[in-house]
Design a binder for this molecule. Structure first.
Ligand code: ADP
Length: 486
């Protein structure tokens, strides 16, 4: 069982007071005892003197003046007269210790024998039994001891008084203990409350609840609570900092492992994609080695090696661009450019391809300005338009529009092509992702175009969105911040 500090303090204070009362009581009782002894010793000494004087006077009137003779013959009568004179019970003893005033039993004689022998030696001695005091002192005539006189003195009153005072002091001690305990308890309650509150504050901090209140007190407890408050705030901010650092670290670790994974996948894809055209080129070269005179083979080999080389070239170019974007701050020359004009230039360069596939072009372009690197805008537009041609249907259509919305220049490229399946929509911006490998290969694609466009758009502070796609066609939207008015 835990005893509260309040009770401990109270018991300590009450015990301290009780100890004080005890010591004082002992001193008082000792004083009373000394006083009582002094009083009855004086009184009995006076009585002895009276007895001696009376014996001397009585002997003067006697014919035989020998004291021993007088005591042995008239001891009983003399003792009675002494009793009348002193008001005390008296026993007289002769010079040899024999009782001369009364007959004493053997038991009585044994009881006082030691004290009697002191008195016979000329000394005053007394012994106390219960409430009775046996006072024995020499009986003298002219300084010569003739016997012994014994007084009975009752201590009943003295003892009653002494015991009464003792009980009163015990009662006072008990009352003081109780009152001091209650008062101390009441007084320490105030401090104990503070300590209990401090304990609760510490408990809250231990449980991680750092919102605590300062105790409004002007003493050490108040200052201690202020200390706990400051400490709690310190712990709180340290914990917060640690948590933030931990979260940052976890994010960085996740990012790193993701990057590592992406890099591994990227290298795997590059190796795979490079191998395919190289294998094809190598196979044609091996066949030409075996059949150098086969004209048909030579014709096919030239067509295939050219297209595979073109693919390889395109791929190397895009991979290089991507890894440059990934690792370095690419060379970027922003300038104020008019977007309608750029689009028209790009369309001009693609007109041959459009005609080749019989694709119609519809444009709805207005003049708008952005600040960007011209070459990069051209790469972005070529890639998107190239896809719109590659994945279009025979005699399909491409619609190209631009407009301004919320201070942004928005360009929309819509085609009437084969569309992108829903499940692939989220992945088309990943490097090397192609919906249909064969179709991409036929058209010379390796799944790097859109990831390159996305990377460039991010760097330019713009965005690319696949607006919609189904079996009737696809619509991409790119947006750039509008250039400030000159
Ligand atoms: P690729 O070089 O193979 O064209 P991209 O990164 O440009 O690679 O495109 C990724 C994939 O998204 C393509 O394989 C293709 O299946 C699909 N895709 C891109 N543009 C279109 C479009 N306009 N219409 C249909 N599919 C498209």
């Amino acid at each position: 069982m835990r005893i509260s500090i309040k009770i401990k303090f109270s018991i300590f204070l009450a015990t301290l007071l009780l100890l004080t009362v005890f010591i004082l009581s002992m001193l008082v009782l000792r004083g009373i005892r000394i006083n009582q002894v002094g009083q009855y010793e004086n009184y009995l000494a006076r009585q002895t003197e009276t007895a001696n004087v009376y014996l001397k006077q009585t002997l003067l009137t006697e014919s035989n003046k020998i004291p021993q003779f007088f005591l042995s013959t008239k001891g009983v009568e003399f003792a009675k007269q002494l009793e009348l004179l002193t008001g005390q019970s008296v026993v007289l003893y002769g010079r040899n210790g024999e009782a001369v005033s009364t007959k004493l039993t053997q038991k009585d004689l044994e009881r006082i024998s030691q004290t009697l022998s002191y008195a016979l030696d000329g000394k005053t001695a007394y012994q106390v039994e219960h409430n009775m005091l046996y006072y024995l002192t020499p009986l003298r005539v002219e300084n010569e001891q003739v016997g012994v006189i014994q007084f009975y003195y009752s201590l009943t009153e003295d003892n009653l008084f002494y015991n009464h005072i003792k009980q009163t002091l015990i009662f006072i001690g008990a009352v003081i203990f109780l009152i001091s305990f209650l008062l101390a308890n009441f007084y320490f309650n105030f401090f104990a409350k503070g300590i209990i509150k401090l304990e609760q504050l510490v408990d809250r901090v231990r449980k991680g609840q750092y919102e605590i209140k300062i105790l409004r007190r002007r003493d050490e407890i108040g200052r201690l609570s202020e200390g706990i408050f400051n400490m709690s705030n310190q712990i709180k901010s340290t914990m917060k900092g640690m948590k933030e650092e931990q979260e940052k670290l976890a994010l960085a670790v996740n990012k790193l492992s993701l990057l590592d994974q992406q890099q591994k996948q990227f290298i795997g894809n590059v190796t795979h994609e490079f191998k395919t055209p190289l294998t094809s080129i190598k196979a044609y070269l091996d066949l030409l080695d075996m059949y150098p005179d086969d004209d048909k083979l030579l014709e096919n080999a030239i067509i295939n090696i050219r297209s595979e080389t073109h693919r390889l070239y395109e791929m190397v170019d895009k991979v290089l661009q991507l890894s440059t974007l990934e690792k370095y701050d690419f060379e970027y020359n922003p300038e104020r450019i008019e977007i309608k004009q750029i689009i028209q230039t790009v369309l001009q360069s693609l007109s041959g391809k459009l005609n080749k596939f019989g694709i119609k072009l519809e444009t709805e372009l207005s003049e708008a300005y952005i600040v960007a690197d011209k070459d990069i805008i051209i790469i972005i537009l070529i890639n998107l338009l190239d896809n719109a041609i590659k994945y279009n249907k025979a005699n399909g259509k491409i619609i190209l529009t631009n407009h301004i919305h919320n201070n942004e220049i928005i360009i929309e490229i819509t085609d009437t092509g084969i569309g992108i399946p829903k499940e692939a929509a989220n992945r088309i911006f990943e490097p090397f992702y192609t919906v249909d490998k064969n179709r991409s290969r036929e058209s010379g694609g390796v799944g790097l175009g859109l990831s390159l466009v996305k990377k460039y758009m991010d760097k330019l502070g713009g965005s690319i969105t696949l607006m919609h796609s189904d079996v009737n066609g696809t619509s991409f939207q790119i947006s750039f911040p509008k250039a400030p008015i000159e």
